[in-house]
Design a protein around this ligand. Sequence first.
Ligand code: SF4
Length: 373
Amino acid sequence: MKIGFPYMGNIHISLAPMMRILGAEVVVPPPPNREVLELGVRLAPEAMCIPFKLTLGNMVRSLDMGADTLVYTTGSWSCRYGYYGRLQAQILKDLGFKFRLLELRHDHLPAIVHEGIRLNSGSWTRTIVRAGRAFRIGWHKSYAVEKAEFYFRQTMPFATDSRNCRRLLKDILIEIEQAQSPTELTSIRKGLKKRFAEVPRNGTDWAPCVKLVGESFCTIEPFINFDIIRRLGEIGVLVDPFLTAHRWLGFHGFRIGGDELKRVKAVSSRYWRDCVGGEDQNSLGHLIIAAQKGYDGVIHIHPFGCMPGTVVQPALAKASRDFDIPYLSLSLDEHTSETGLLTRIEAFVSLLKRRRTHRPKKIDTQGYYFTIA
Ligand code: SF4
């Protein structure tokens, strides 16, 4: 079985080895780029959101590279993300591609387990042992990536030359990708703080702090959001995304983080009662929590045409006024101009800097809700 799955940030660093340990071959397509996006745009219905178009292009590349099974998380919930996989599979089959669709959804658990056993020649024991190892390695890799990205974000605004920081992150991600055991990954993770502390500093001792909220794919995938985290870091802003690939896996994949969800629901209930998708309630809750914690501003990022991302806008604007925290809304599609987007971000950041009349309180940006020792 040769598996292909959609690209999203650095999620493949943990997912690919997990699937390999479980016994599958994995096809990781090249990282998203303009050509892949244009391919997806040509094949997708025009009104679909940009994550759909980009992942469709990705899947075509995976099939071109020999994948015979496509894996998607699917389900039946409020927004159309739940049927992305089935719709993309239909489009790809209509184009003549031959493959199997494997849907990762809670009510398909028996079928997923059956696939795992099939990969291990029908042996339950071998499947269980391999599954345990796969999850252990996957979790350690994912957590190491999470920590590396965390230190990267914390260091970027204070680095003399942001290229040092980028190079360091790139090297670390390669090390994490190549690491074979939890011990190796733990040692990489434990050395991260020291390695980032060695990056030469520019002498500044504070940076405006921005919470990044919005639709998950747009928040996590740098190609779609024009690498907003790096760009903000380069102009001296400390960014704290409410969601990362690691948190997405924990939050949506394994349903960890119930306490955080309860808090988000509680603080946003005055404005938003039911979650309709697109991380609407999460965005609102995290905007309010960011205001309470003393952040300087919030950037909300969502795909053009994303219904939940659009309807939550008035509530975000109202909460931003009530809690006195500036917020910028960015809508993305295949026509979004990089220059236009960066100009808006720079104007927003200069507003945040002007607003800051006194030194900030220490802000807790380390909002991990699940950790491992
Ligand atoms: S949240 Fe928005 S962008 Fe994401 S799948 Fe749903 S409608 Fe599309």
